[in-house]
Ligand binder design. Structure first.
Ligand SMILES: Cc1ncc(COP(=O)(O)O)c(C=O)c1O
Length: 432
């Protein structure tokens, strides 16, 4: 009997909620900075699960740690002590300013924890102040509290009314921040590099001034380091080059190297939870924390934050010189291995598809912004290969756009793309 190959794209369309505009590749395997699809086609992965696979795919030490822990104890309730979560707490205490930790399973949950902590801090120390000031362009998650914190209306609109207590002010505008802080404010919450909206970097003086304002008012500075933390920006924590320390910060993404784990860390003064204030069934379970220990140890031992700094500046340098040659790139931004560029039209999603046909995975954060957050293990050779695919893709779009114009077709940028539509070129090449 000939077995029929499952059409995973059709199955997804039928069974999954309509939440993701996926690219039509079915990924089945990964090794290092590369992933392989079901047709055996290999891609250079410059998305890395959106800044998650810091060690790349199938890193032997992470694989071993997960397998060993799974064979020993996968899960146990937080009603009891377990060793990996305390080992990880000790490591995080060593490499960050976080004195106490609470573990969860995702970034949004880590921020929920920070928000609850700030509200309790306000009750205890600030006459019940509960407002949190956040920034435009920020992204803090998809739960009801974290979309209220997120400074982008598009994430809030379908779900109004929003939870009360969040005020959003323009990013990098210290006067706006100062004006927004009132006696009702318990915290300011920021990312030092906004990833989701396309790698927008907080200015040094801005972050230092926000820190000073928080100190003056006795309120908490919460940093969402879910994307920036654990080596991504070229230092272990994103706040390090700013010469300040937050009172509360959150981690997720890279912390488990791909195994879901999030964490909210706080200084002793800010860690005001008492028993039954907060909890999590899975948060901090032995499997996730063993992955966290292996990931953090490897990042520190192999100096992967330093590699992120070096490779990030090489990458930005190459993109900058491309920008100077090709007017279609209008701006390049980067810190460590959070790198993005803007293009001169709304064809970033098309560029992403073109890159895919050339074996490179990148991501569009908007119609004209392409973002890259590759594994921290990448090499110059990987970046050179990615640059080849990016340049080739830009050239193809240029040719197609020119051809379309000659034939009176709509501009390349305004062509509709079918959700989940199979990309003929990629498929054909994959089968070759
Ligand atoms: C800065 C930041 N905060 C929070 C989140 C939400 O994390 P999660 O998707 O794990 O809930 C993200 C995810 O992209 C993020 O980049």
């Amino acid at each position: 009997m000939v077995s029929q190959r499952t059409n995973w794209v059709d199955l997804e369309r039928k069974r999954y909620m309509r939440t993701f505009n996926r690219l039509p590749i079915v990924l089945v395997r990964g090794e290092g900075a590369r992933v392989t699809d079901e047709d055996g086609r290999v891609y250079l992965d410059f998305v890395a699960g959106i800044a998650v696979n810091a060690l790349g795919h199938a890193h032997p030490e992470l694989v071993r740690a997960i397998a060993d822990q799974a064979a020993q104890l996968i899960h146990v309730s937080n009603l009891y002590y377990s060793t990996p979560q305390l080992e990880l707490a000790e490591l995080l205490g060593k490499y960050t300013c976080g004195e106490r930790v609470f573990y969860v399973n995702s970034g949004a949950e880590a921020n929920e924890t920070a928000i609850k902590l700030a509200r309790k801090y306000g009750k205890l120390n600030l006459d019940g102040a509960y407002r949190i000031v956040t920034a435009t362009g920020s992204f803090h998650g998809r739960t009801m509290a974290t979309i209220a914190a997120t400074g982008q209306e598009k994430f809030q609109k379908p779900f109004t009314p929003m939870i009360d207590g969040f005020v959003t002010v323009p990013f990098n505008d210290i006067d706006a921040m100062r004006d927004a802080l009132t006696d009702g404010t318990c915290a300011a919450m920021l990312e030092v590099v906004q990833g989701e909206s396309g790698v927008h970097i907080a200015m040094r003086e801005y972050v230092q001034s926000v820190r000073a304002l928080c100190d003056e008012r006795g309120i908490l500075l919460i940093l969402d380091e879910i994307q920036t933390g654990v080596g991504r920006t070229g230092t272990f924590m994103g706040y390090e080059p700013y010469g300040i320390k937050p009172d509360v910060f959150t981690l997720a993404k890279a912390l488990g190297g791909g195994v879901p784990i999030g964490a909210c860390l706080a200084t002793e003064r800010a860690a005001v939870f008492t028993p039954s204030d907060h909890g999590s069934t899975f948060g901090g379970n032995p499997l996730a924390c063993a992955a966290g220990v292996a990931t953090v140890r490897t990042i520190v031992r192999d100096r992967l934050a330093e590699n992120a700094a070096a490779m990030g500046s090489y990458f930005v340098g190459r993109l900058e010189s491309l920008r100077q040659r090709d007017g279609r790139i209008t701006e390049v931004r980067g810190r460590g291995l959070m790198v993005a560029f803007d293009v001169a039209g709304d064809y970033a999603p098309r560029l992403v598809q073109e890159c895919l046909t050339r074996g490179l995975i990148v991501n569009a954060t908007g119609p004209n912004t392409v973002r890259m957050v590759p594994p921290l293990i990448i090499t110059r050779a990987d970046i050179d290969e990615a640059m080849g695919a990016l340049e080739g893709s830009l050239n193809t779009i240029r040719r197609v756009t020119h051809h379309d114009r000659l034939n009176g077709a709509p501009a390349a940028s305004s062509r509709p793309t079918r959700r989940g539509a199979a990309m003929p070129t990629a498929r054909k090449r994959a089968r070759r």
